[in-house]
Design a protein around this ligand. Structure first.
Ligand SMILES: Nc1ncnc2c1ncn2[C@@H]1O[C@H](COP(=O)(O)OP(=O)(O)O)[C@@H](O)[C@H]1O
Ligand SMILES: [Mg+2]
Length: 259
């Protein structure tokens, strides 16, 4: 059904004690696409990501990542994925470049320095590469975290609420980073509580609610589920500039509707 690098979830269930969180989740993420899993706080997004990244066993149903079953082929799944959680896993004491080199060495990648420099360039981090991460803004830190997760080129990337807790400027920076991934063929499952984030980044958006996927489609498809657009008339106060121009009788300007 799906190509090997994608994700396929069928009838997934998970309860914590008697608290059923996932009650039959079905989802297909095509290879090389960004799919947003949208849901409110506590909907079960992290639970889905933990099951897909083999950190948690499902109660029922099945899930395959890059063609490997998350229960019976967990080691193969782990080789194919990278997980970036809500809390950045970077080392504060090291510089940005040292963090990247360290991970490349741990993963036994050839030419760790070269790999680090390529990622620094790709994610626009060269200017801060020599600074300790402790001095980075939240957005910079998250970008470095995402860059680190790409070492070894895993075909599937999980981003669990990549911008929660970030200021607006940092959110924009992280969005730019995620868009960068799309051009490189990485399959991304991104969880978010923010509709605008899903809208900005995702090829498809799935909505997790009450333990199930209640909607899944492109933004255009989801918009068709909404009631038709209504037109509202809003009385617009003139700006000080409009008033000024009206008083001074500037040529035609006072009759302009908006500026
Ligand atoms: N280890 C756990 N033990 C008990 N309940 C949990 C555990 N992890 C999560 N939950 C509960 O499961 C629900 C879904 O959690 P989670 O998957 O983290 O949601 P989300 O990531 O969408 O905010 C929440 O009600 C949460 O309190
Ligand atoms: Mg979560």
């Amino acid at each position: 059904m799906t190509t090997p690098a994608g994700i396929e979830i069928v009838g997934l269930t998970k309860a914590y004690g008697d608290h059923a969180v996932l009650e039959g989740v079905d989802l297909v993420v095509s290879a090389g696409t960004i799919h947003a899993l949208l849901g409110s706080n506590g909907a079960g997004k992290t639970t889905v990501v933990k099951i897909l990244s083999t950190l948690l066993r499902p109660d029922g149903g099945s899930a395959a990542v890059a063609g490997h079953d998350v229960v019976t082929a967990a080691a193969r799944v782990r080789e194919s994925i990278s997980l970036t959680g809500q809390f950045a896993a970077v080392d504060e004491i090291l510089t940005g470049r040292e963090n990247l080199v360290l991970i490349a060495e741990l993963r036994r990648i050839a030419d760790p320095g070269g790999v680090a420099d390529a990622l620094l360039t790709r994610f626009d981090l060269t200017g801060v590469a020599g600074q300790r991460v402790a001095t980075y803004s939240g957005g910079l830190r998250r970008r470095l975290d995402i860059a680190m997760s790409l070492i070894g080129e895993p075909p599937v990337l999980f981003l669990d609420e990549p911008t929660t807790g970030l200021d607006p400027q940092s959110r924009l920076e992280v969005w730019k980073t995620v868009r960068e991934l799309a051009g490189h063929g990485t399959t991304v499952l991104l969880t978010t509580q923010y509709l605008d984030e899903a809208e900005q980044l995702a090829d498809r958006i799935a909505v997790l609610h009450d333990g199930r996927i209640i909607a899944d489609g492109t933004l255009a498809e989801l918009k068709q589920l909404l009631p038709p657009t209504t037109v509202e008339y809003v009385e617009k106060q003139p700006s000080l500039e409009d008033i000024f121009l009206a008083i001074v009788g500037h040529d035609g300007a006072a009759t302009k509707e908006t500026r």
